[in-house]
Ligand binder design. Structure first.
Ligand SMILES: [Cu+2]
Length: 160
């Protein structure tokens, strides 16, 4: 059992090293923006990242845009009558001292109407706009399906 755990940690470390990348906009630190590879002709995708506010004033992510999709929205997931549904949100709060995680099954940047497949190992630029910190363009790395534990599948969601 001990050996298994050690092996798993090593693997996790190697993966994290290979894909680690981060960006800054003012006091906002954007860690590891990534998207899951799209499957077949899927027309929707989602991007995830960790937002940390290293300043003393609250900030909000108010907009995201990317050339790879016809529309980009900020989304969250809500449990409604036992069913997980996505909802558009106006903004994603980034409070000092409280990192905001965009991750499968929770907050995410929704890519609607993909113009091209998202291929694992490739990356695409995405521009994030923060109320205080302003605009920053980050490079979103595309990772293979199953590279997270979220178990959430966007492909079943109809595009608007
Ligand atoms: Cu969504």
């Amino acid at each position: 059992m001990k050996e298994f755990v050690a092996g798993f940690c090593l693997l996790a470390l190697a993966t994290a090293t290979a894909i680690a990348h981060d960006f800054k906009a003012g006091a906002i630190h954007i860690d590891h923006p990534w998207a899951r590879a799209s499957v077949g002709m899927a027309k929707a995708g989602a991007a995830y990242m960790l937002l940390t506010n290293e300043g003393s004033e609250p900030d909000r992510l108010i907009k995201a845009s990317a050339e790879v999709a016809e529309a980009v929205e900020l989304h969250t997931h809500l449990m409604e009558e036992g069913v997980m549904r996505m909802r558009q949100v106006e903004a994603i709060e980034v409070e000092p001292g409280t990192p905001s995680a965009l991750e499968p099954g929770g907050l995410h940047v929704m890519l609607i109407g993909l113009k091209q497949p998202l291929v694992a190992g490739e990356s695409f630029p995405m521009t994030l706009t923060f109320e205080q910190a302003g605009e920053v363009t980050v490079e979103v790395s595309v990772e293979a399906m199953g590279s997270d534990m979220g178990g959430h599948d966007h492909s079943a969601t109809p595009t608007q």
